[in-house]
Design a protein around this ligand. Structure first.
Ligand code: FES
Ligand code: FES
Length: 154
């Protein structure tokens, strides 16, 4: 039987062809990763695999065996939010919140590659995540805050 690591815990993955987002949401009950388009276009389902953003709606469980998956549920440590989560709160970046886990995971992926991205680099990294509520400016400011920029420039 296959197993995958999700938020630091080994999980049995009996069906390698199972859609990764369905596996996370329905088999493991990790519903923070959202289903938006189901076609790789909106980013609501984004998780990290070995620190890199991946659109879970487009992946199978079998494709991530051997990788370490992190979902939004795995970010807080000992009751403390991840700094990017806290920055989203501090900038009141959410309206309905549906898109936010995907934005946060995408932003963490960016900051893992470059701890001090420019505003333009942040915009580029987030460009393919969609927010129906249109809070893009606040999201931009939140990621700028998380990257150490003061008083976001978006
Ligand atoms: S639900 Fe995966 S990209 Fe939209
Ligand atoms: S806050 Fe509602 S979809 Fe982004």
């Amino acid at each position: 039987m296959l197993s995958v690591t999700v938020n630091g815990e080994e999980q049995d993955a009996p069906e390698p062809g199972r859609n990764l987002l369905s596996f996370l949401r329905f088999d493991l009950g990790l519903t923070g990763s959202k289903y938006g388009c189901g076609e790789g276009l909106c980013g609501a389902c984004t998780v990290l695999v070995d620190g890199q953003p991946l659109r879970a709606c487009m992946a199978t469980v079998g494709s991530v065996v051997g990788g370490s998956i992190t979902t939004i549920e795995g970010l807080a440590q000992n009751g403390d939010l991840h700094p990017v989560q806290q920055a989203f709160i501090d900038e009141s970046a959410m309206q309905c919140g549906y898109c936010i886990p995907g934005f946060i995971m995408t932003a963490i992926g960016l900051l893992g590659r470059d701890a001090s991205p420019s505003s333009a680099q942040i915009r580029e990294a987030l460009a393919e995540n969609m927010c129906r509520c249109g809070t893009y400016m606040r999201i931009q400011r939140a990621v700028e805050r998380a990257s150490g920029q003061s008083g976001g420039s978006a």
